[in-house]
Design a protein around this ligand. Structure first.
Ligand code: C5P
Length: 223
C-alpha cells in the first residue's frame, strides 16, 4: 500500500449494525457483518491516515492501528461520530437501524396472558444526513452507502441528493448476490459527475480503490 496517500488526514468510518434494545435480552437490528466498513478503515490506515472507526456490534475484528469506538445503538453511534469531528473525510458504511423501540423495558418482558407485546417504534437520527449538513464541522468529503435490492443506481442518485453527501457507494444486496456477509462486493460509485460501475472485487479491494479515490479527491484532483 502507498502509505503516503492519506498521510496527515483524519478519516472517520462507521461500520456494522446498530442494536436497538427491546428489553435487556432482545433487540432489533439490520443485517451487517461490518466487513466492508472495517476493510475501509483498514485501507485508510494502510494509506497513512489517522482513522477513527465507530462500530456497532460487528462480526469483523477491530483493524490494527485504528482507534475503534464500540457502540450499540444509533443514538450512541451519532454521539461518537459527533465527538470525533473534525475529520477530513467520513465514510458511513454502518447499517443503522432506522427505528428504535420507544420505551425499551428495563426488565425482560415475560411471556404471559397478555399475548405478544406491542412495540412502538420511533425514528433514529440519520447520522449521514446530519453530518453531511453539519453547519460548522462538515467533513470535506462525505461518503454514504446505499444497500438496495432493486433499482440500485436510481435509488443511490436520489439518496445522494436527499442526504447531502458527496458520494454514494451503491451495492445490490439481493440474497442471490451473496454480498451480504460475503467477502466480495460489486459496487457503483455515484458522484456529482455521474456513475462508475466498478468490477466485482473483494471487499478489501473495493476498500483500497475507494481510499485511493478519496485521497485523490482530498488532494484536489477529482470529484
Ligand atoms: O437511508 P438509508 O439507510 O438507505 O441510507 C444508507 C446510508 O445512510 C448509509 O451510508 C448509512 O450508513 C447511513 N445512515 C446513517 N444513519 C441512519 C440511517 C442510515 O448514517 N439512521
Amino acid at each position: 500500500a502507498d502509505t503516503a496517500l492519506l498521510k496527515g488526514r483524519r478519516i472517520l468510518v462507521t461500520s456494522g449494525p446498530t442494536h436497538e434494545p427491546i428489553d435487556p435480552v432482545r433487540y432489533i437490528a439490520n443485517r451487517s457483518s461490518g466487513k466492508q466498513g472495517h476493510a475501509i478503515a483498514a485501507a485508510a490506515r494502510a494509506a497513512g491516515a489517522e482513522v477513527i472507526l465507530v462500530s456497532g456490534p460487528a462480526e469483523a475484528a477491530d483493524p490494527r492501528g485504528v482507534k475503534v469506538i464500540h457502540v450499540e445503538t444509533a443514538q450512541e453511534m451519532m454521539a461518537a461520530v459527533e465527538e470525533s469531528l473534525p475529520v477530513d473525510a467520513a465514510v458511513f458504511a454502518a447499517a443503522v437501524a432506522d427505528w428504535r423501540v420507544a420505551d425499551a423495558a428495563g426488565q425482560k418482558i415475560k411471556k404471559g396472558d397478555g399475548g405478544a407485546p406491542p412495540l412502538t417504534l420511533v425514528e433514529n437520527p440519520d447520522i449521514l444526513a446530519a453530518i453531511a449538513r453539519h453547519r460548522t464541522l462538515r467533513p470535506r468529503l462525505v461518503v454514504g452507502f446505499a444497500a438496495e435490492t432493486q433499482d440500485v443506481v436510481a435509488h443511490a442518485r436520489d439518496k445522494r441528493l436527499r442526504k447531502g453527501c458527496d458520494w454514494i457507494v451503491a451495492n445490490d444486496v439481493s440474497p442471490e448476490t451473496g454480498i451480504m456477509g460475503g467477502d466480495a462486493n460489486t459496487v457503483h460509485l455515484v458522484t456529482a459527475a455521474g456513475v462508475e460501475d466498478w468490477p466485482s472485487a473483494s471487499k478489501a479491494e473495493v476498500a483500497r480503490h475507494l481510499v485511493a479515490r478519496m485521497a485523490a479527491d482530498l488532494a484536489g484532483e477529482t470529484r
